[in-house]
Design a protein around this ligand. Structure first.
Ligand SMILES: [Zn+2]
Length: 231
């Protein structure tokens, strides 16, 4: 691996462009779909080195033979896919007719993420609430956007902000709330080994923040959702 590999070339380009590439950042504009296979090959070689450093026999242990490649594919295609894939297509429909919807919309989205400190799984739910603005997007798109933000190395506090920002972009809504409830593998599997490490984060904007009635309606909706579909 002495000559420059593709990952190195991409990192250098991002540095030259002052493009931040932290674990929670999307860098899809720097990676073409064809390049992904090459990057997975490079990550496979790197994971082989990690397994070697951990003194795991990947030559005769049948369970460890393909592990480096499985890890490389899992990172690129699954647990960190939200870094490498472009934003999901969320076609917006105008909400400007006479009988436009003006109420609150609350969507419950299942989340799977990974903490950027320990690369341990984070799982939970996000409740996304908006007061319908001039655009509407399909209901499944809220969850697609939330999952795209979550499938990265995240901090729960940042994740709530990321989801709020992307939902605002897609819908134009200025009044919105994001509430996340999640359990963290890094608290359950290591460190304090707490089995019920439930963490909650809330981001409130516009009327959700300034109007106590709107805020109450949002949290009442969450309670109703939790009764209907307990986590
Ligand atoms: Zn952690």
């Amino acid at each position: 691996m002495s000559e420059k590999n593709l990952a190195q070339a991409i990192r250098e380009k991002m540095k030259a462009d002052n493009k931040r590439f932290w674990a929670g950042d999307n860098i899809s504009q720097y990676i073409s779909p064809e390049q992904k296979d090459k990057l997975i090959n490079e990550a496979t070689v790197a994971f082989e080195s990690v397994l070697d450093a951990l003194l795991i026999d990947r030559e005769t242990d049948p369970n460890s033979k393909g592990t480096a490649r499985r890890l490389a594919k899992m990172y690129y295609n699954e647990i960190m896919a939200g870094r490498y894939d472009p934003a999901p297509d969320a076609t917006a429909f105008p909400n400007d007719s006479q009988d436009r919807y003006e109420g609150m919309l609350v969507v419950r989205s299942e989340l799977r993420s990974m903490c950027s400190h320990h690369h341990q799984p984070v799982s939970g739910v996000a409740y996304i609430g908006i007061i319908a603005a001039e655009k509407l997007i399909g209901l499944s798109k809220y969850t697609r956007i939330a999952q795209w933000c979550a499938r990265r190395g995240t901090l729960q506090e940042e994740l709530a902000n990321d989801i709020a920002r992307e939902i605002e972009k897609a819908t134009g809504a200025k009044d919105l709330g994001v509430y996340i409830q999640a359990v963290h593998g890094c608290c359950e599997n290591r460190g304090i080994m707490a089995h019920s490490s439930l963490t909650q984060t809330t981001v409130l904007r516009g009327a959700f923040k300034d109007d106590s009635g709107t805020k109450k309606e949002f949290f009442d909706n969450i309670k109703l959702q939790q009764e209907f579909a307990p986590r």
